[in-house]
Write a protein that binds this ligand. Sequence first.
Ligand code: AMP
Length: 193
Amino acid sequence: MRLIFFGPPGAGKGTQAKRLEEMRGLKQLSTGDMLRAEIAANSAIGVDAKSYMDKGELVPDSVLVAMIEHCVKQPDCAKGFILDGFPRTIPQAEALDAMLARNSTPLDAVVEFQVDEEELFARVRNRAAQTRAEGKEVRSDDNEDVLKKRLDVYKAQTLPVLGYYQNKGMVRSVNGMKLVEDVSVDIDTLLGL
Ligand code: AMP
């Protein structure tokens, strides 16, 4: 099964994708995690990406498309994959469609996570407090100021992607305000798992 998890930053896409990876063997492809790995490795891609990420802006499309193209061809995606944080722009969605059509591996569905903005801000505060309490370092883009910018970018550049897939009749929505376990049940139900 090939899926896109779609929604604003902090909606719970990564949490639910990780669970489906564990339970069903679908590979989670998080472009944010991939970019953070590049930053940790101090690669040329990472150094370039960090300047965008720290400001809450999007990394250029060409970088992301090449990353995803490489990943979906790997053997660990044989059972399917969950795109988490990609596509975030219309050009990324079009490039994804073309790539999947070339490989005869179409998408099955786009799962949209619906969460109020208030809740997203509350989650960012809680996450930072929890991370600090665990003695770990808080992500440099995980604070209220950057979240505000990321939400602006989301509305301007990423929300049109939802319309793109709605026109194709592929979007199924879940209420991401529910408890994690309840969202999981809803996702399984709508995907017929
Ligand atoms: P995430 O972990 O998905 O919240 O992504 C963290 C940051 O990585 C975003 O704010 C962007 O700067 C960058 N990023 C992740 N995925 C993409 C993408 N598909 N297109 C452009 N930038 C991305």
